[in-house]
Design a protein around this ligand. Structure first.
Ligand code: CAA
Length: 384
């Protein structure tokens, strides 16, 4: 009998602060419908001074460890493009905050918004070899663009932790996968910049090119025809991107694709904003937490990372998955964020890029259990 492998638990965390995009529209003198309807966004999560990808990653994973313990977790992957050090992996900080055993490797992966999927694939490979192992995969990112740029409204932040195992309780992933890699300067962040650079229009085209390329490769490698995919879930830099992508795919394969097949995956992302590596899996959380009973449904997942890599894979929702959901906790996390005025948000944005040259102490301001406490001797420190 072949092994059933996939996502056993999934938990989403975001920051303690939020900007209402209607406020940003008023500040920028833009019609709020451009953001609400044109881009499909309502809010964006913003980190406090004591929050970063490490604190969000730990916050996402802690409920998983509370439920399942740490036994059998021998690998922790943290996927991010908002790394906090050029050498030491964010995973090592997260490993310490979570109290994982020393017999657990901790590694960071990077390829723009895509690397969470690379981590997931690596985890599946490891479990295929050692089915008793469980792998903790955390995708965590803070999307930051320059103030007053066209991309500013597509900022956001979140982390999604997934426990990957044999006999999963949520989604059983199928082995067929489609990949598309092509070098393109659509979006990148040089080592000396705290904000990303982006060619917006090119990035939208590159996202779609990679979607169609990954789809063709998926079909060529045993993937099912489009009619057999019940729901779609995409990387969502802004939620209308998913609609654009579906239109392009429908045209490409010559099929009708009803909007209802992807809309359930956009509810959380509309309120979080872009969360780069976490975005696709925040979409999956949204889909699984929705009102539809998805038992047995096949979900198609499209992962995109600028630069660029696209991957399409699919999984079946496992019977009983609703008993393992976290909808109440996720909605509470979204609802209890503190709204920042545009002035407060702009001040926070301007001060976010702290260097390591001067020692600094950061006071706790966020509501989560984990805090970035500052820098001494050029090293970052955290506490629970
Ligand atoms: N009412 C309703 N809709 C309106 C409107 C109004 N008053 N005003 C404008 N719109 C619509 C426009 O018609 C447009 O819709 P279509 O795309 O369907 O034509 C939409 O709102 C956006 O308007 P613009 O194209 O004029 O927006 P813009 O030029 O200001 O910027 C953007 C949009 C290029 C996405 C920009 O926000 C950006 O650069 N964002 C960052 C890059 C990004 O997210 N790229 C996505 C693919 S790359 C990727 O996925 C990796 C990643 O995570 C970054």
């Amino acid at each position: 009998m072949s092994l059933r492998l996939g996502i056993h638990d999934l938990s989403l965390a975001t920051t303690s602060f939020v900007v209402q995009l209607d406020d940003l529209a008023a500040y920028a003198g833009v019609d709020p419908d451009k953001y609400r309807l044109g881009l499909g966004q309502e809010q964006m999560s913003v980190p406090g001074a004591d929050e970063d990808i490490v604190t969000m990653a730990a916050r996402a994973a802690a409920p998983i460890l509370e439920r399942h313990g740490v036994d059998g977790i021998r690998t922790l992957y943290v996927a991010t493009e908002s790394g906090v050090d050029q050498s030491k992996s964010a995973a090592v900080f997260v490993h310490s905050l979570l109290g994982l055993p020393s017999s657990c490797r901790a590694v960071e992966l990077k390829q723009a918004c895509y690397s969470g999927t690379a981590a997931l694939q690596a985890a599946l490979g490891q479990i295929a070899r050692s089915p008793e192992d469980r792998v903790l995969v955390i995708s965590a990112d803070i999307a930051r663009y320059a103030l007053d740029s066209a991309a500013e409204v597509t900022q956001g932040a979140a982390a999604v932790a997934m426990l990957v195992s044999a006999d999963p309780a949520l989604v059983e992933l199928e082995s067929a996968t489609g990949i598309y890699t092509a070098e393109v300067d659509d979006f990148w962040r040089p080592n000396d910049s705290s904000t990303a650079l982006v060619d917006g229009k090119l990035s939208v085209d590159a996202y779609i090119d990679a979607y169609l390329g990954a789809w063709d490769d998926y079909r060529a490698h045993g993937g099912v025809p489009i009619e057999q995919i019940d729901r779609f879930c995409h990387h969502q830099p802004f939620t209308r991107m998913a609609a654009k992508a579906q239109r392009a795919l429908a045209e490409h394969v010559g099929a009708e694709i009803d909007e209802a097949r992807h809309l359930g995956s956009t509810r959380y992302n509309r309120r979080i904003g872009n969360s780069y590596t976490a975005s696709l899996y925040a979409g999956l959380a949204s889909l699984l937490d929705g009102d539809d009973d998805l038992t047995g449904a096949r979900i198609g997942l499209y992962s995109y990372g600028s630069g660029s890599i696209g991957e399409f894979l699919a999984g079946r929702v496992v019977p009983g998955y609703r008993d393992h959901g976290r909808a109440a906790a996720t909605l509470a996390a979204l609802d209890t964020r503190t709204t920042l005025s545009i002035e407060q948000y702009r001040a926070l944005h301007a001060g976010a890029a702290i260097g390591s040259v001067q020692d600094v102490t950061i006071a706790p301001v966020s509501s989560g259990p984990f805090h970035f406490t500052g820098v001494t001797g050029r090293a970052r420190h955290y506490r629970r």
